[in-house]
Design a protein around this ligand. Structure first.
Ligand code: NAD
Ligand code: UD1
Length: 340
């Protein structure tokens, strides 16, 4: 089956392309490389010995997108990763986030409809649950957002649901990721954040590498096991496999499908730091700082629907996440090279 992957050169996209190729799919990637490298694509190809059809294109270019679909008439489904994803930046540049994420998605759906490709898997986020009243989080919990990034996720979910209402022949899959971390165990592909990372794991690996002085732990007075924030971290390879399972399961049934993709287990910041130090035998200096505005105390999934319907559950634990994140960082201290 031929799958079009938008944002396929990015962190989660590249890992998913590898799993798609391993599952025997043909893969075309459309990415503007704004936050990624062409090298990620070559490395995926090397890892599995198969080719990816890469097209450098911005989803805002609807004519370019039309050409892609016209040239690849056998595309059966789209996995839609392309989007901007930095929460803080989205607060500073809301128009850019709405423009890129919403218009990009509208263009994509428009061209898909023109070509009667009606199967889409969308990268949503646990951020759509806002501040959950109880834990673990089920798919039917109320949704709300506190920043433009999160709002684009919720709006796109809504747009795709409306598309399905207008034409029930669509298969719409909304995957709500919890906190993806780690890298492929080969250390060949991984997360390559530009500038100083905002997220916990890439920050820890850069402290481990000596690129950053110390980790700032944002708050130790939350009502959690040790006072630090609790999240549901999942290995990016498990997450990538979730996309393949979701595509397979929804292949023949129209509808809107919403799944939490997480482990179902919460880990605190200090648990993560201590696991990283123990597994990799590296000290991570840290200090306690005030809470980060906008953070919630705890967030973890009930992933049982994905298990029941997709037969998907995570296989890797925190130790493997820490091992593989460090393995990637160690082997690629400056991320992907410009060329290879
Ligand atoms: P990423 O930035 O590594 O990948 C996104 C890719 O999309 C990049 O390669 C970027 O160049 C491309 N892109 C962005 N705008 C584009 C456009 N207009 N046209 C073409 N390409 C464009 O991010 P990621 O971590 O791999 O995330 C993938 C998706 O998953 C995003 O939609 C993100 O919001 C969502 N998500 C990520 C996380 C996370 O923690 N990483 C959590 C929840 C949801
Ligand atoms: C953040 C985003 C969320 C997005 C997700 C994945 C915010 C408020 N939320 O989630 O919308 O979907 O990333 O991209 O930005 N921490 C530290 N020190 C650090 C970094 C983080 O203590 O330097 C703590 C945080 O306070 C939190 C935990 O580590 O308790 C995880 O943080 P992070 O990796 O940024 O993910 P989220 O906040 O869950």
């Amino acid at each position: 089956m031929h799958i079009l992957v938008t944002g396929g050169a990015g962190y989660i996209g590249s890992h998913t392309c590898l799993e798609l190729l391993n599952a025997g799919c043909t893969v075309t990637v459309v990415d503007n490389l704004l936050n990624s490298s062409r090298v990620a694509i070559s490395r995926v190809e090397e890892l599995c010995g198969k080719r990816i059809n890469f097209i450098k294109l911005d989803l805002l270019d609807i004519d370019g997108l039309r050409q892609v679909f016209a040239q690849h008439l056998d595309v059966r489904a789209v996995i839609h990763f392309a989007g901007l994803k930095a929460v803080g930046e989205s607060v500073e540049q809301p128009l850019r986030y709405y423009q890129n994420n919403l218009i990009g998605t509208l263009n994509l759906c428009q061209v898909m409809a023109e070509h009667r490709v009606k199967h889409i898997v969308f990268s949503s986020s646990a951020t759509v649950y806002g501040t959950p009243e109880t834990l673990p989080i089920l798919e039917n919990f109320p949704t709300s957002t506190t920043n433009p990034y999160g709002s684009t996720k919720l709006m796109i979910e809504r747009i795709l649901q409306d598309v399905h209402i207008s034409d029930p022949g669509w298969q719409v899959v909304l995957l709500r990721y919890f906190n993806p971390v780690g890298a492929h165990p080969s250390g060949y592909i991984g997360e390559d954040p530009s500038g100083i990372p905002n997220n916990l794991m890439p920050y820890i690996t850069q402290v481990a590498a000596g690129k950053l002085m110390e980790l700032r732990v944002f708050g130790n007075d939350y009502p959690t096991v040790d006072g630090t924030g609790v999240r549901d971290y999942l290995h990016v390879v498990d997450l990538a496999k979730g996309h393949v399972r979701a595509l397979e399961y929804t292949q023949k049934q129209p509808g809107v499908f919403i799944y939490n993709l997480g482990t179902g287990m919460g880990s605190s910041v200090l648990e993560m730091v201590h696991t990283f130090m123990e597994v990799n035998k590296i000290n991570i200096p840290y200090r306690i700082d005030p809470r980060r505005p906008g953070d919630i105390a705890a967030c973890y999934a009930d992933p049982s629907l994905a298990l029941r319907e997709l037969g998907w559950k995570t296989e890797y634990g925190l130790r493997e996440m820490c091992r593989d994140a460090w393995n990637w960082q160690k082997n690629n201290p400056d991320g992907y090279p410009e060329f290879e």
